[in-house]
Design a protein. Structure first.
Length: 151
């Protein structure tokens, strides 16, 4: 049902994953506002270019691993579909630990074509951005560019 909604930001060898500077700024501001709690968001756009995000409410069940409740998640996917863009990735913050995926992160990740971003906020003044791709059963670090285009 949501198949065409799923993007493949790593599919093209010629187009590197990018995120709009404006989105990166907003994500950081929202993650800082949520600190010391975890923050998470869906990232979307076109092709390999992330140009929008939707902040996600934290699931009430488990504060340690990053998970979402069904209804807000489906609502967010609907919103992305209405924008005629594609879901390209997710981001969550690690308020107290380095931006390395935890075993919970690996166990809870079901969309290997998407980009998996972690914002490490152990030292809030110098946040660490990492993006991963799920390859052969594990997370591999990927590079990305920051774009100044608004769309
Ligand atoms: Zn995590």
């Amino acid at each position: 049902m949501y198949i065409d909604l799923l993007g493949e930001p790593f599919a093209s060898k010629d187009t590197r994953l990018s995120i709009a500077r404006k989105v990166q700024k907003q994500l950081l501001a929202e993650a800082q506002a949520s600190w010391p709690h975890e923050y998470s968001a869906l990232l979307y756009g076109r092709g390999a270019s992330i140009c929008r995000h939707l902040a996600m409410p934290a699931s009430g069940h488990d504060r340690h691993s990053f998970s979402w409740d069904g209804p807000p998640f489906l609502q967010a996917l609907k919103q992305i579909r209405h924008s005629r863009m594609q879901w390209l990735g997710v981001l969550h913050s690690h308020p107290h630990t380095p931006p390395t995926p935890s075993s919970h992160d690996a166990a809870g990740w079901h969309y290997p074509s998407l980009s998996y971003w972690i914002l490490g906020m152990q030292t809030p003044a110098t946040p660490l951005w990492r993006v991963y791709q799920w390859v052969d059963g594990g997370f591999a670090v990927r590079s990305y560019t920051v774009s100044d285009d608004s769309e």
